[in-house]
Write a protein that binds this ligand. Structure first.
Ligand SMILES: [Mg+2]
Length: 450
């Protein structure tokens, strides 16, 4: 969109203010509220931020300002506050794109793919919990009667929060996202509202706006919307299942579909190599797509009340089988089930793309699909078959991430060294600060044990 087109659009929409937005490592939505009277300055100079204050983006208090340059194509009028539009920005420092900004990292990864005439398209299923916080700090589902052991798809659970769900659906459509389904998920208070896939950058931008919308709408009802991976130890966690396909950049032809696939999954050899790359980099990749201490309570643990975690534990792929790390729900695309709601969508899609492209460059073959129920296969049988487990903690995942040269190259380097080293340093500190706390479960276990 040209500046004149943008200004005409702002005028038509009756927008008075712009959120000039960017995210740091954790995906926190940072913004300045800019009146449209200052749009020329915003487009030419950008919005100024003290980067160090925003969060981890490899800035010190001594650094010059980040100037965040808005991407006109990301302009989105916000239907829940229609006098405001959001524009996602590319952070710069002294005129150069800042290599520790997640959006800049994804754009570099998609540009590398475009150099091979490839475009990554992505759809994401952002599961979230809609919760009420009690005065003692404890949490319960927004609907206090939402206590069934099998709440998934329950029409009564949908009905209880119908106003919220239909409002989100209308807002998604007003933003042009194409909402096509909304459901009560497997945990009490857990929902998922699906919108159509798009190119990776558009989907990542939308996920930032989606989270902002959910937080805002929940707050207006004195509720919390959370994307944290495992808010309740005994309930299914919040995943960010990510559907991926490659297309040609010049003619927009899908490249992952093949009706003649001998394995019967409808995938092309290129898609299989992409799958092989993601499996090959699964250990380090997990550190990017499951980036919190809490993430590892969602994957790789025993079943919650409902009977299944719906989260992967092992490095494996299969057909339409939700116990696999990569599921092939139908020909032409793959679903990666590791990512959770705490993932930074820019970093997650960059890392997935880099891993898949490496599989293509090395012509990897993932072998035959796994057809087991991996939630039920005994551990000794998993070991006997040589199926690797996903990393058990954030620390293990960081060790794998810094050892992965493909992810190191994909996420890039800057003034302060490689992004993976910066990311791992921040995350190791986060691990220690959470792990240093003494939990009630520890007291229960150890108080009188010896
Ligand atoms: Mg789901």
């Amino acid at each position: 969109m040209t500046p004149d087109d943008l200004k005409a659009r702002i005028d038509d929409d009756g927008v008075e203010f712009i959120y000039a937005m960017f995210v740091e490592m954790h995906g926190k939505p940072c913004a300045k509220l800019v009146p449209v009277s200052a749009i020329d300055d915003l487009l030419e100079v950008g919005a100024g931020f003290a980067g160090f204050a925003a969060g981890p983006i490899s800035q010190t208090p001594a650094d010059p300002d980040i100037l965040a340059i808005p991407d006109s194509d990301s302009y989105t009028q916000l239907p829940w506050q229609p006098n405001v539009a959001a524009m996602q920005c590319d952070p710069t420092v002294e005129g150069e794109l800042w290599p520790y900004a997640p959006r800049v990292i994804l754009k570099r990864a998609t540009a590398a793919a475009a150099g091979q005439n490839l475009v990554l398209k992505a759809g994401a299923e952002a599961e979230y919990s809609l919760l009420h916080r009690n005065e003692d700090g404890s949490l319960r589902p927004a609907d206090e009667r939402d206590t069934s052991e099998l709440p998934c798809y329950d029409a009564r659970g949908l009905t209880a929060v119908l106003d919220h769900l239909t409002t989100v659906s209308r807002h998604m459509d007003a933003m042009g996202w194409g909402n096509y389904a909304n459901d009560h998920e497997d945990a009490n208070g857990q929902f998922e509202q699906n919108f159509k896939y798009a190119d990776a950058l558009t989907t990542a931008d939308r996920l930032i706006v989606l989270r902002l919308m959910m937080h805002t709408l929940a707050r207006r009802q004195d509720l919390y919307a959370t994307f944290m991976p495992k808010p309740f130890a005994d309930k299914t966690g919040n995943g960010l299942h990510t559907h991926l396909s490659l297309w040609t950049a010049d003619t927009d032809e899908p490249l992952f579909h093949d009706d003649d696939d001998a394995r019967g999954l409808g995938l092309s050899p290129l898609a299989y190599s992409f799958v092989g790359g993601i499996l090959d980099h699964a250990q380090g990749l997990t550190g990017i797509v499951c980036p919190t201490v809490n993430s590892f309570k969602r994957i790789g643990v025993g079943p919650p009340d409902s009977g299944a975690t719906w989260a992967p534990s092992y490095v494996a792929y299969g057909g339409n089988n939700r116990t696999q790390m990569i599921r092939i729900p139908e020909g032409g695309r793959l679903e990666v089930r590791i990512p959770d709601g705490s993932a930074n969508p820019y970093l997650a899609l960059a890392a997935l793309l880099g891993s898949g492209l490496d599989g293509i460059a090395r012509d990897l073959d993932p072998g035959e699909p796994n057809t087991d129920n991996l939630f039920a296969l005994p551990l000794d049988e998993i070991g006997r078959r040589g199926i690797a487990a996903l990393p058990p903690t954030l620390l293990h995942a960081m060790d794998a991430l810094v050892a992965d040269d493909t992810l190191r190259a994909t996420l890039g380097t800057g003034r302060d060294g490689d992004y993976v080293d910066y990311f791992a340093a921040v995350k190791r500190t986060e691990f220690r600060s959470v792990n240093d706390q003494v939990s009630p479960a520890e007291i229960d276990r150890y108080l009188t044990l010896m």
